[in-house]
Design a protein. Sequence first.
Lengths: 246, 272
Amino acid sequence: MIGIYGHGRSYIHLLDPRTKLALMVGVSLLIYSVRPLGLGVLLGLVLLLSRTCGLPYTRLVQGLRPVLVFFGVIFLTHVLFTPGAPLFEGLPVPTLEGVVTGSVLILRFILLILYTSIMTYTTSPSGLNYALMFFLRPLGTFGTDLAFMTGTAMTLIPGLFREKDIITKAQAARGYKPRGLKGFTALVVPLLHRSFRRVDELSDALESRCFHSDRRYYYYRKTLAKRDCAGVGGYFVLAVVILFFL
Amino acid sequence: MSIEIRHLTHIYDVGTLGETKALDKIDLTIKKGNVFGLVGGIGSGKSTLASLIAGLEKPTGGRITIDGEPPCPGKNVGILFQQPEDFFFEKTLFRDMASGLLHSGLTEDEVDERIHSTLDLIGLGRQILDQSPFHLNRGTLRLAAFASVLAMRPGVLILDEPTASLDPKSRKRMLEVIEHISGDITIIYISHRLQEVVAVSEHLAVLDGGKVTFKGTVPGYLDWAAGQDGGEYLPVLSQVMYRLYGLGFDVDPDVTCLDDAVEQIRQSLEKT
Ligand SMILES: Nc1ncnc2c1ncn2[C@@H]1O[C@H](COP(=O)(O)OP(=O)(O)OP(=O)(O)O)[C@@H](O)[C@H]1O
Ligand SMILES: [Mg+2]
């Protein structure tokens, strides 16, 4: 699931956060440019990576659940509005082309989410924050601010899931299982309320640690290791193979 | 209602690197109408056990039955969360207290009646009903959460640290209310305040690293705790009584209530 970090000492865990972020960008470019067969290779690779870094498949798949509706809508639009050869005789839609383009597009989205899950699972929030800051440094203060905001937002995501869990438990404790639209508001209103308070507390906590926007220290200093070069090299080999040979 | 817990094991985040075994093959029987104390160090698994008995989570192994039935939150079991602010989800306290009651099928008049009588029992003013639970202080919030579960009249009531962050007066009131409702309701009382636990409960269990290291009656517990290294598990009053007993005073070291202890010391001094 995106935003949930798990400690570990696997090869991917040990990669420098900067390498991982750069590779993530590289992989995203691949995901959007390769042909369907290449997508198959990328899918195989992400399953392999999840095995190596100790993220169980069930957890990996769980990350897709929140966006299922979104996928459904995209798929349907493609199926219904792509012109082409009809699948069923006498009906103008669905078309074969629609089903194919829809599935490929969704596979691209799925891959993007799976790779992001792997990255957030193997990179601590502070590491990710540091990597972002490193790459946004050319933008000056604006860059560091942006990196800080993104980093903080990322650390708050798992908190959001925890809050949701707590609220559903509180409701269950009163024998109350809200469903449908009513259930949605019954969850979202307290969730917003609690999240705003959490953010408020976070800003107090930052201030109490003398955090000012004009002075910032990061204790994260690392030089790149051999495995980082190996990772980047591996990426280029992969990219060349799936872009030119598949 | 009586509770049977058999070979209960609970593991968080199974199959991940963060896998934690919170409970390890627990067996407990909790008798109907009793107050059952549950003590143990930080992270020993008390809250996990509480949320399993409350039916809010499914155990990874073993089973729990309440009068032969599986736990059904809001029906046969109620729970007061360790963090009272986690308990509320409505805009006003009234709506929060009413939500569970309305779902259990009471009419609006009955709901009003229930809420008011419960607040009176706990000693909370009615003006609190219009306030937002998100703006109350922690102590009041805990009392309000207590009122909220109590109003549902569950057969089993789990109280996770009910007296934490309360002032001495509301703490005394809370213990009186617990005393008053036990008998009809089976209560599980979790606390780090040993003095309260031994005063209020009939039976006790001690958890350590997810395992039960002691279960039995209160006098049995005091004997067990006195035999442990360091004696941290002994409430302060019992530590005093054990010391006096050791010094040759004619007192019963197993007394759990201050008045009885004072009376015994007085008599013992008179005799000498
Ligand atoms: N939601 C959770 N996810 C993962 N691990 C958890 C979760 N809740 C508790 N744990 C772990 O399970 C173990 C038991 O925790 P639990 O909260 O039951 O202890 P406790 O006895 O209630 O402690 P305390 O006295 O601090 O309230 C701890 O190691 C804790 O880190
Ligand atoms: Mg606890």
